[in-house]
Each structure stands twice: as C-alpha cells, then as structure tokens.
Design a protein around this ligand. Sequence first.
Ligand SMILES: [Zn+2]
Length: 211
Amino acid sequence: MRFDWAKITSLAYLTLLELDIHEFPIPAKKIRCKDVIISSYQKYAKITGLPIEKLTLGHELEDAFLLKGLRPDVTLILYNKEKYGPRMKHTLWHEIGHIKCGHKKHSEREEIEAHFFAAQANAPNILIKAISQRGYSINVPFLVECFGLSKEAAEKKMEYLQKYSFNHCNEYDDLVQLQFAQYLNQKYPTKTNHYYDDYFEDMEKERQGWY
Ligand SMILES: [Zn+2]
C-alpha cells in the first residue's frame, strides 16, 4: 500500500491553520470541522429525544462515531462523554481526518490515513522539530505533557520519529511554525546552555585536533 503522507500532513496542517489554533495541548472545544456537528452522544440523545442505542445504530457505544444520513446534508461526529480524555482527542481528529481526506469507506487504508491525520493534527511533526532544535529532548513523557497525547499515541509518534527523524518536509511547515511562534517562544524558549555545550564541544574537538 502506498500512501501520500505529505498530502495528509498538508490536510492536517491546513485544518490547524483554519481553526486558528495557537497552543497545545489543543483545548477540546477547538477541535471542530466545517459543516460537521460534534456532540456527545449523551447531549445529542437529550436534544433529539432519540435513545442512544438508536444513535449508534446498534453498534456498541464506541468512543466516537461518524454519522451521515441521519438528516440530509448533516454529518455528525458523536462521542462518548464518559470517555473524554487524551484518547478521545485523537479519536475526534481521526473522524475529522476521514472527512478531510474525502473517504467514502472505512477499509484498512482509510483507517491508516485517518490515524496519520490525527497524529499530525494532535502533535505536528514540524513543531516537534522546532522544539527539538531549541534544545529539548523529545521522548514519550515529553509528548504526553506537551501535546496532551495518550501514552499509546506518544509511543507511536516516537516510533515514527525514530524511523524517519524529521526528514519529511511539508509545504505548510513555515505557516504552522508562524502560527505557533508565540506559544513556542513562551513555553519552549531556546535553551542557551545547549548551544554553549555545542560551542564548548566544538572547541574541545578543535583543541584535540592540535595534537
Ligand atoms: Zn476510522
């Protein structure tokens, strides 16, 4: 299976730019999608008077659920309020990913693409790169703390970074960095020590070269 990772990354970054998100972890209320209603099952059942079993169309109560056709031209993402947490954010982005990627079915390919979209929306690689360049070490606890990822999602991200490092560039890298510049400067100011360390290390190398 071949994937267009750059295109999915572009879609995820464009979504962050459009939603005018400026900080991480992304506040839950900021996770939205044009022409899509995002609501908890519980709230939606109350508003519509439909029992939850009917909303899930007989499926077990999943974390979240993409629903089309209940009303014409309305796409719904319903989520289980009781399960709201770091994993839920990934699930919501995943469902939005299906919409943004224009998926018509849910086979293995679509699932992988939606997961990748969610991973890039929740913790954009370009921002991880920028933070790393400022002298911070990137590991699972860091990703959990900085981006509010679940441990599972953070481990997957580390696997990806260990495999590809920051080799994948994207057409929207600069714009995303610009949008989060204030956040980065406030929360992750460049560690000058890091540069001093490099500086002294270079000097030491040079000194050793004298002999
Ligand atoms: Zn899916």
